[in-house]
Design a protein around this ligand. Structure first.
Ligand code: SF4
Length: 214
């Protein structure tokens, strides 16, 4: 059964998610969590509740069944915006291919997919297909929490404070709106090439302290 979730930040926009870290093969480099994942919000607070973990665990196997794509398309019948993976990542190429089919079959929905799976060449073909769709914004996430990114590759990066905005990036204003998108839909807009998210949360603050001191 399709398990969608709603987070207060996203103005009621629904998301299909997986458990953070255990479905995030791109979260580690040389056996260590990359800075963005070491401070990940989806490993704290609300995300540790059973009611939040359970649908993510169901989704972990549910996508493998044959009717999943059709059920997802039906679940998006009344949506204009959809966020993939509020937590977790597209850890399997077969899952990524199914997500592509959902995106293609729902041209009335603006899809936003943040991911680190671009680190694995076997995903290139499916990401190219997704990015060719007019209704899909795939954002390859930078590992940095201090604003470093690769131009033309990354679509999002974390920055320590709004004052650290990289040149040419769009500043996420959720921090100034009580942590909510408040009508902004920049992440779903493929014309917006790079979004910078000011860091939030105690866990990320500790990671940034370490990274800034390096
Ligand atoms: S850039 Fe806009 S859409 Fe994206 S998270 Fe921030 S407020 Fe929400």
């Amino acid at each position: 059964m399709i398990q969608l979730s709603k987070t207060s930040k996203l103005d009621g926009i629904m998301s299909w998610s997986l458990q953070a870290l255990e479905t995030c093969p791109g979260s580690k480099e040389k056996g260590q969590l990359v800075p963005a994942c070491a401070g990940c919000y989806a490993t704290t607070n609300f995300y540790l509740m059973d009611s939040v973990i359970l649908p993510r665990e169901i989704n972990r196997t549910d996508w493998e069944r044959s009717g999943w794509v059709a059920d997802m398309v039906q679940a998006l019948d009344n949506s204009r915006y959809f966020r993939w993976l509020d937590s977790g990542d597209l850890y399997n190429v077969k899952l990524a291919e199914k997500v592509y089919k959902v995106m293609k079959a729902t041209p009335w929905v603006n899809h936003w997919l943040p991911t680190r799976m671009h680190k694995f060449s076997k995903f290139k073909k499916v990401f190219d297909k997704m990015q060719a769709l007019p209704n899909v914004s795939v954002r390859f996430s930078s590992d940095s929490v201090t604003g470093q990114y690769v131009k033309g590759l990354h679509g999002s990066v974390i920055i320590p404070t709004p004052a650290d905005l990289p040149r040419g990036a769009k500043l996420c204003q959720a921090y100034a709106n009580g942590g909510k998108c408040s009508g902004c839909r920049a992440c779903y807009d493929k014309k917006v090439k790079l979004i910078a998210y000011p860091a939030h949360g105690h866990k990320m603050a500790k990671v940034i302290k370490i990274e800034v001191s390096k």
